[in-house]
Ligand binder design. Structure first.
Ligand code: ADP
Length: 666
């Protein structure tokens, strides 16, 4: 600075609106302080004082350093808006103040630096305003950032309208949806931002409504989205009130609820479906319950059945045990024959009965080999017939034991059972040792045979004598004698028949019943029998219905005894009825002879047994009729010995017809 006039300069300095001071010498002593400078530090004594004493706040600051530098170099220094905490009064509390300083060298006579001219201008207020402004801006920015952060982080659309329906705020999501920037969208109305007329008009009406009512409006709107298709939006418009409580803007939030709606309707649908399923389940449950009940009932039945089965099984087991015990007690042997494989399973007792050791193998053939020669063929035939034709099997035969060589009479009874599979039959049965009974029987037979034989000799002479006496006395004067001899003859004949019967039985038992066949006409035999027995059957009328001559080849006497037996039985067992009918017929290649009566008849049970040896019907009707039960037995054996059959048709209380058949002579 070049000062031309000292006076003038002094004046300028004093009147200057900014603070100016002149500091002199190395110590920088205030030489001149204008009023503006003094106003900066009111009440502080400055003149003639060193600057850093009078204004110590500058000491040790960049100002002190700068001032010394100016003093030494003459290079001016300027600093703006420097913060200096300044004491309110000397030694008092400090207040932050901002100053703009400039320092220039003061040259003595323009050569030497003798001091510094310092201008100072306080800018505290400006800085404050500036700071406030900056703070306000920063705050606004910060707030905006917060809002931005909040609003941009949400997919919801957020916006604010002023009362002229212009957007004053739109969040990132809305701007993105519009495809616009803040600058191009804010301050614009609805239509300018692409809203269709109906949509814009609707929101404008709503803005009016919010403004008028100061209450929120809620709504739902649906419109197509370019990419996502039809979308549904739910929105809420809220009044923004100023300090006076008036509506100054309307803030809105819109949320895309398409998914929610879809989920809701899907939920509703699935709820319906669930309901339907539920109903079905209920129905199914009911059905299930019903079938459960049925199952329970069936279960119960099954349980009952099971119990019955168990009981039945127990019974079977019991009876099996009993049977086994009975078999063991009776000392029976048992066997099983497989009809297809002819497998032969026996127990130890059976082997023992055939003279085998218990562990030894025994085949059917080996068993049959032990049977005596006379019986072997008979038993073999019976057995084969039983296994393959289901014939009856109850045979008694003698065997010679393999090892012990003992003669045993065995009775075997068998039963054929078809296996449930139908593939084979099981022929099972028991064998018992009947040697003792057989011997008893034998002895009895022998005795009967012997007695009969012994009786027969005197009886034959007696018959001859009675016959002779009878013919002599026939014409006797003595009626009693004549009659008595007649009766004696009758009784002797009866007796002869009886003894012949016993003899025949005994012969039959010892297999000595010989059949001597001759050819004869059956009708002649029947005639003769009727004639011969006429005297003993005088109580009845025997009618013979002949047909034609019937030639047979048979034992004349034995068939005669069969016919005699049938006719005499008819007489014996029909005491009330007189008539007896004898018939002889030819059927095929057989002769059939029948003897019919209308007497007491037979029950079905008795019909099967009357041909058994010694069998007699025991009833009130028969108890007074004499007999031994051997007539029909003998007859049956004789007929069967001829290859014929014998049978009876009878009804109790009605009458009987006995038949026998014989093969015709060929
Ligand atoms: P019996 O010597 O007892 O007559 P039979 O062998 O001749 O022996 O007959 C056996 C049994 O059959 C008789 O006891 C009798 O009960 C019965 N019987 C035989 N013939 C007749 C018949 N014509 N009517 C009713 N029962 C009969």
């Amino acid at each position: 600075m070049y000062l031309t006039n000292g006076e003038e300069l002094h004046k300028i300095i004093l009147n200057a609106p900014i603070g100016i001071c002149i500091l002199k010498g190395k110590d920088l002593v205030y030489e001149l302080v204008n009023p503006a400078y003094q106003r900066i530090l009111p009440g502080r004594k400055l003149l003639n004082r060193r600057i850093f004493e009078a204004f110590p706040e500058l000491a040790n600051t960049q100002i002190e350093e700068a001032m010394r530098h100016v003093f030494e170099t003459g290079i001016p220094y300027e600093v703006n808006n420097l913060l200096i905490p300044v004491a309110e009064y000397e030694g008092g509390q400090t207040r932050n103040r901002y100053f703009t300083f400039s320092f220039q060298a003061w040259r003595n006579g323009n050569i030497e630096i003798d001091g510094i001219v310092n201008t100072v201008h306080e800018v505290t207020e400006n800085i404050k305003v500036q700071n406030d402004l900056r703070d306000a801006r920063e705050m606004a920015d910060q707030q905006k950032r917060v809002y931005e952060t909040i609003t941009s982080g949400t997919p919801d659309l957020m916006y604010v309208w002023d009362l002229n329906y212009r957007f004053t705020y739109a969040n990132a999501a809305l701007l993105t949806m519009w495809g616009k920037t803040w600058e191009t969208a804010i301050g614009k109305g609805l239509r300018e931002n692409g809203y269709e007329e109906w949509h814009a008009a609707m929101h404008e009406r709503e803005i009016d409504q919010v403004r008028a009512t100061k209450t929120t409006v809620r709504g739902e709107v649906s419109f197509p989205h370019a990419i996502l298709g039809k979308r549904i939006y739910d929105y809420i418009l809220i009044p923004v009130l100023n300090e006076a409580g008036e509506v100054e803007a309307v803030a809105g939030t819109t949320r895309d609820v398409t998914e929610r709606k879809q989920m809701e309707s899907a939920l509703a649908q699935s709820s319906e479906e669930l309901q339907a399923i539920n109903e079905e389940m209920v129905a199914t449950n009911e059905e299930q319950a019903a079938s459960n009940e049925e199952l329970l009932a069936t279960n119960q039945q099954l349980a009952n059945l099971n119990e019955e089965l168990l009981a039945a099984r127990q019974k079977i087991e019991e009876s099996e045990t009993t049977l086994r015990l009975a078999i063991d007690a009776a000392n029976f042997g048992t066997w099983f024959i497989h009809s297809v494989t002819r497998e032969f399973i026996t127990d130890a007792r059976l082997k023992e009965l055939f003279g085998y050791y218990p562990q030894q193998e025994l085949s059917i053939e080996q068993a049959l080999a032990q049977i005596t020669d006379e019986y072997r063929e008979f038993v073999t035939n019976k057995l084969e017939n039983a296994i393959y034709n289901g014939g009856d099997y109850d045979v008694t035969y003698p065997v010679i034991g393999l090892h012990d060589k003992r003669l045993r009479w065995l009775r075997a009874i068998g039963n054929l059972k078809v296996d449930p599979s139908g593939a084979f039959s099981a022929f099972t049965g028991v064998v018992m040792d009947v040697t003792e009974q057989h011997m008893d029987e034998q002895r009895k037979n022998d005795f009967i045979g012997m007695v009969s034989h012994e009786l027969k000799t005197p009886l034959t002479s007696l018959t001859a004598i009675v016959q002779l006496s009878n013919s002599k006395l026939k014409h006797s004067e003595d009626a009693f004698l004549a009659g008595a001899m007649d009766k004696a003859h009758l009784q002797v004949k009866r007796m002869t028949n009886m003894i012949n019967g016993f003899l025949n039985v005994s012969r039959l038992e010892s297999a000595k019943l010989m059949i001597q066949k001759t050819s004869f006409n059956l009708e002649d035999l029947i005639d003769e029998v009727i004639q011969e027995n006429a005297a003993t059957m005088s109580s009845h009328v025997v009618k013979f219905e002949r047909c034609q001559p019937v030639l047979v080849n048979a034992d004349y006497d034995k068939i005669g005894s069969v016919i005699t037996n049938l006719i005499s039985n008819a007489v014996k067992y029909s005491p009330e009825q007189k008539e007896i009918v004898v018939k002889c017929e030819v059927t095929g290649n057989e002769a059939h002879v029948s003897v019919q009566d209308w007497g007491m008849g037979l029950t079905s049970g008795d019909k099967e047994k009357v041909f058994d040896r010694y069998y007699r019907v025991e009833s009130n009707n028969t108890q007074h009729i004499a007999g031994f039960g051997i007539g029909l037995y003998l007859s049956a054996e004789i007929v069967r010995g001829h290859g014929g059959e014998i049978w009876v048709q009878s009804e109790s209380g009605v009458g009987s017809t006995f038949y026998f058949s014989l093969p015709l002579k060929t």
